[in-house]
Ligand binder design. Structure first.
Ligand SMILES: Nc1ncnc2c1ncn2[C@@H]1O[C@H](COP(=O)(O)OP(=O)(O)OP(=O)(O)O)[C@@H](O)[C@H]1O
Ligand SMILES: [Mg+2]
Length: 505
């Protein structure tokens, strides 16, 4: 009998999928999870890579159980799911997506099926958080782009908006709607300039009338007198995802002049947004659980790992112990490993501070103000070091002595080419203390619960009205804050990046 093997790592995960936190149906047969993994993988536009064949084998599943081979092909009673033969359907699906005739080649069909299933599980392991409802997660992953088939009714939105404006006492003309990846921007032609203030104060009511729950309508004055722009979020089924392939394309554009370019995503109209970490020079990334911080950090890592190891190193501190494990083998790792244990994180921070001092004296001796100046003159070839902390609050809790070197690095490291990216769910005064705050002026806020949290992160409100899933407000020192929809990074994107980095590409 032909067998399909998940990877060893998948084995435990399958139990999670079927268990209470997942489908909540432990009695369901294992092949249910396999079919879900296949569906998730088929949703990814690229082909699963050969590297998946190398993963160690987990507990096998009979191929017949997965495909239903031998069951009645015409059976319409699928209430027990398995009593229908889907083999031809699966062969047809994979033949089309791989552009080869898998009806003639059994072994190749099995290999591809296994690759898809392993990739599907890997993708789920990366993108599903146990704290988030599994059914909701599956719905988003499998169906969110379906509704792009039916256009969002902009006329209806304009009518409802007009009505909402009337209800808050504003007579205005609404025209010129434009659609971005997640919002529809509508221009409001006000009759009276005083209406602008009324509009600003009435935004919450408008959101309520439009049934937007916590997500809000954002308003901006425009260059035209008495015309305001309203950004109204659309239902998530109509969103257009910004994919890892988009990021790779931006990275390959040589026209950007930045030492450490990062692309958090696109603006509300879909234009890519780039920033230079070396000018930031440190970043706080904060937002509630499940808002998109880790995905954003992955997008930053992918952008940075394109650089050569003599130009860039990354130091990864991961007190949560899961998020950065993918990068364990990249040659850019400062300290040759991902730091997850309290003692090793403490030592790493201490050594980073020493490295900063070593660099300071090198620069002073060579007569340079900072590393950028030395780089501009073609001297002192030192790699930039970007330090990522996945959950600052956990680091500070686990390593009492962490704050001191962190503050020192935040205060002085920029001149020596060391930059911090600190992520946290808890942007309170305890985690993001005064000294860290004043030395980390560039911030990214993902969705937060309350406007007070938005104020702590950005010094302004707004992040409480974002629509989640990678929606963010980016505030780089010296610039106005800008709303960005983040790039979605899946496990395939990370694995491609890690493979390329290992091959020195
Ligand atoms: N840019 C994005 N586009 C679409 N969906 C996204 C995006 N970013 C995040 N998501 C969705 O949100 C989920 C949670 O994202 P992520 O794990 O980055 O959250 P988090 O802020 O790190 O949460 P936690 O604080 O619990 O670690 C992802 O699994 C994905 O489904
Ligand atoms: Mg996270």
């Amino acid at each position: 009998m032909t067998k399909i093997h998940p990877s060893q790592e998948d084995d435990k995960f399958i139990l999670k999928i079927l268990g209470k936190q997942g489908l909540g149906a432990e009695k369901l047969p294992k092949w249910t999870a396999f079919r879900l993994a296949l569906a998730i993988s088929l949703h990814i536009p690229t082909e699963p890579g050969e590297e998946l064949d190398l993963e160690t084998k987990g507990t096998e599943l009979d191929y017949e159980q997965l495909t239903g081979l031998g069951q009645d092909k015409t059976n319409t009673d699928t209430s027990r799911g398995q009593n229908k033969d889907f083999t031809d359907a699966y062969r047809a699906l994979l033949s089309v997506s791989h552009n080869q005739d898998l009806f003639q080649n059994d072994e190749q069909f099995r290999i591809l099926l296994q690759r898809h299933i392993r990739r599907g599980f890997r993708e789920m392991r990366t993108s599903w958080r146990e704290s988030h409802d599994f059914h909701e997660y599956l719905f988003q992953e499998l169906f969110s782009d379906m509704s792009q088939q039916g256009p969002y009714n902009v006329d209806l939105l304009e009518d409802r908006l007009q009505d909402a404006l009337m209800q808050i006492g504003i007579h205005a003309e609404i025209r010129d709607s434009m659609s971005g990846p997640r919002i529809t921007r509508t221009l409001v032609y006000l009759k009276d300039v005083h209406d602008l203030d009324r509009l600003r104060k009435g935004l919450e009511k408008i959101s309520f009338i439009l049934g937007l729950k916590k997500q809000g309508v954002f308003m901006f004055p425009t260059d035209t007198p008495k015309v305001a722009a309203l950004d109204v979020p659309r239902p998530s089924e109509t969103w257009q995802r910004i994919m890892g392939a988009d990021l790779r394309q931006w990275i390959s554009d040589p026209s950007l002049d930045a030492r450490l370019p990062l692309w958090p995503g696109v603006d509300v109209m879909g234009q890519p947004y780039a920033m230079d970490l070396s000018l930031a020079p440190h970043l706080l990334v904060a937002g509630t659980t499940g808002s998109g911080k880790s995905v954003c950090l992955h997008s930053f890592l992918i952008a940075l790992l394109c650089q050569k190891t003599d130009q860039l190193q990354i130091c990864l501190l991961d007190p949560k112990k899961i998020e950065f494990s993918y990068y364990e083998k990249v040659p850019h790792l400062w300290g040759k490993k991902v730091f997850t244990e309290p003692e090793e994180m403490a030592t790493a921070l201490h050594q980073l501070a020493q490295e900063m001092e070593r660099r300071e004296s090198l620069l002073t001796h060579a007569g340079f103000r900072d590393l950028s100046e030395a780089e501009a003159k073609g001297r002192l070839n030192l790699p930039r070091i970007v330090v990522f902390v996945e959950e600052l609050a956990d680091l500070l809790m686990q390593v009492e002595a962490a704050e001191k070197p962190l503050v020192r690095l935040a205060q002085k490291a920029r001149a020596t080419g060391i930059h911090l990216i600190l992520a946290t769910q808890r942007p309170d005064a305890e985690t993001f203390s005064g000294l860290l705050r004043s030395n980390i002026p560039s911030r990214i806020a993902f969705t937060v619960q309350k406007s007070t949290e938005s104020k702590i992160i950005l010094d302004e409100i707004g992040a409480e009205r974002l629509s989640g899933s990678g929606d963010m407000l980016v505030k780089i020192v010296g610039q106005e804050s800008i709303r960005i929809h983040g790039v979605y990074i899946g496990s395939d994107d990370i694995s491609k990046c890690v493979n390329d980095a290992r091959r020195g590409r």
